[in-house]
Ligand binder design. Structure first.
Ligand SMILES: [Zn+2]
Length: 318
């Protein structure tokens, strides 16, 4: 079963992997899901109030164009006051850690903060940039929840939200300000627009840390005409240095071991995105996680926590 899946995924990924960084992001021909494997198991059953009341493995089809999709109705819970374990069996085991923080672009209008969690054992560094788009709340809320988590080895760097201006705007927006898209502004410019200056400060810090892997936590927007329906997906620009991990993660979502449904794979990240720029310029393997905003928030946060923890474990941090 696993070998068959792997072969299909490898073939499909080889096809999409040929696309150069200049090409537009196009959906890969994803293999047909195996209904038996998808419905066979559940994951992340926490028994807490936030994760009860729905079937985590229940998937949806792309909504009709023009159909109303309710995005983030008022919730009766506040992730700011919760722990990862409130969303399921995520980051359950606790380890002694050192937590510190430092500022990016201190004293400027693009100041932000990096949280550093250091485990007791030697290990690699992983960097998490969460919420480059301010309205994709499960992305940066997950980043903020992971700030409360612990690791046994290595070092974790977390910026969440990476776009606090869009995240605190009313209504929230993907932009930093005035249609400036942080995720089309990398590697940035210290003398450029606000988005370019914010991008520069984050990009320079990633280059300085030189992590073994970068997470870029986003959410897929609701259905729109003439755009790909990303749904739940894992976006990569190159599989160099992470092909085994990426493949194993994808298969784990297929088999129901990780996440609430099978994640799709797409690539490359658009020009100017943190994914494409960090992968291409710094040769740091990067995955952009997209969760579909039409799902309940607790499901999206649960999926993002599950994927982050899986990768941290893969690199020995947990
Ligand atoms: Zn986004």
């Amino acid at each position: 079963m696993k070998r068959l899946l792997l072969t299909a995924l490898c073939a499909a990924l080889l096809l999409t992997g040929c696309a150069g960084p200049g090409s537009t992001s196009a959906p890969a021909p994803a293999p047909e899901p195996d209904p038996g494997s998808v419905s066979a198991s559940t994951s992340g059953s926490g028994g807490d109030s936030a994760s009860e009341g729905y079937n985590r493995r229940e998937t949806i089809d792309r909504p009709e164009i023009g159909a109303d999709v309710v995005i983030d109705p008022p919730y009766d819970f506040d992730p700011e006051e919760m722990m990862p374990t409130d969303f399921g069996d995520y980051f359950v085991e606790e380890y002694p850690v050192e937590v510190s923080s430092y500022k990016l672009a201190e004293g400027t209008d693009v100041e932000n903060e990096v949280t550093v969690i250091k485990g007791q054992e030697e290990g690699p560094s992983i960097y998490i940039v969460a919420g480059v788009h301010g309205d994709e709340i499960a992305g940066w809320m997950t980043g903020r929840l992971v700030k409360k988590a612990t690791i046994k080895a290595g070092t974790l760097y977390i910026v969440a939200p990476a776009n606090p201006w869009g995240a605190s705007a009313e209504p929230r927006t993907r932009y930093v300000t005035e249609q400036q898209d942080l995720n089309r502004s990398f590697p940035g410019d210290p003398n450029g627009t606000m988005a370019e200056r914010a991008a520069d400060s984050i990009y320079q810090d990633i280059a300085r840390v030189d992590p073994i892997f970068l997470f870029d936590l986003h959410e897929a927007r609701a259905n729109r005409e003439n755009t790909d329906f990303l749904g739940s997906s894992l976006i990569y620009t190159s599989l160099d240095k992470m092909s085994d991990m990426y493949m194993d993660l994808l298969i784990a979502t297929e088999l129901g071991e990780v996440g609430s449904e099978r994640f799709n794979f797409y690539g490359p990240g658009p020009i100017g995105s943190i994914n494409n720029t960090v992968t291409t310029n710094l040769e740091i393997p990067t995955i952009t996680v997209e969760t579909y905003r039409g799902y309940p928030l607790e499901r999206r946060i649960g999926d993002q926590l599950d994927i982050v923890e899986y990768v941290l474990a893969y690199y020995g941090l947990r």
